[in-house]
Design a protein around this ligand. Structure first.
Ligand code: PEP
Length: 244
């Protein structure tokens, strides 16, 4: 199988109103045929309109979470089938903010991943250690357990992407050293059910450190939060990935 393209995925989190679709439009205009896989994951309210906005460009849309069930009495939740119906091709699952804010366990993440696959979505599965876990020398144990427990049987390079996101690096402006990223990515590659599953780094990736991050062996792209909100910043990161 040919090697899959690298990925730049933007996580808008709980940011974005209709007017912000202009950023998606600007990004699509800058990369009408991106050399890498580029996607934006806006809040659920914008997914359908984002899909229309990006339609015809090579850029794709993703959700930020889904329920493990197809449909049912789950007020406020959204199913993977609904995301796909709205035009999403990917869904971020197990983000540390959901693990922390909503007490999501890896077992629950695994059930959501299975639902995502069922709906034809690519699951972007997030994992990463807290600052205390790193200080205690437990980083590799933590990510190994999260990887093993968050992926159901059947993960392939086509249906799954893994994002290593140290919790302490998210939104903090701090990043691990290149050696630290390389160590975790190398380890996850060994632990992965398939070595071709793409491994993204996430946590304070910005235009000014993107070249450095993408030069780390084993990094197949990035999951980007804050810097994905502005087309100029995310565009610079996409350009860095394309030339890496
Ligand atoms: C994220 O939320 O997945 C993330 C990486 O955020 P930031 O880039 O803002 O650190």
């Amino acid at each position: 199988m040919p090697k899959l393209p690298r990925i730049a995925a933007g996580n808008w989190k709980m940011h974005g109103l209709s007017a912000d679709l202009a950023e998606a439009r600007a990004l699509a205009a800058a990369f009408p045929e991106p050399a890498v896989e580029v996607l934006l994951c806006p809040p659920a309210t914008l997914i359908a309109r984002m899909a229309v906005t990006l339609g015809g460009s090579g850029l794709r849309v993703g959700g930020q979470d889904c329920h493990a069930s197809d449909a049912g009495a789950h007020t406020g939740d959204i199913s993977a089938a609904m995301l796909a119906d709205a035009g999403a091709a990917y869904v971020i699952l197990g983000h540390s903010e959901r693990r922390a804010d909503h007490g999501e366990t890896s077992a629950e993440v695994a059930a959501k991943v299975a639902a995502a696959w069922q709906a034809g979505l690519v699951a972007i599965v997030c994992l990463g250690e807290t600052e205390d876990e790193r200080a205690a020398g437990r980083t590799l144990d933590v990510v190994a357990a999260q990887l093993a427990q968050s992926l159901p049987e059947g993960a392939t390079p086509a249906n799954t992407v893994v994002a290593y996101e140290p919790v302490w690096a998210i939104g903090s402006g701090r990043t691990p050293t290149e050696d630290e990223i390389a160590e975790v990515h190398g380890f996850l590659r060994e632990q992965s059910p398939d070595p071709e599953i793409r491994l993204l780094y996430g946590g304070s990736v910005k235009p000014d450190n993107a070249d450095t991050v993408f030069a780390v062996p084993g990094v197949d792209g990035a999951l980007v939060g804050g810097a994905s909100l502005k087309a100029s910043d995310f565009g610079a990161i996409v350009a860095a990935l394309a030339r890496a």
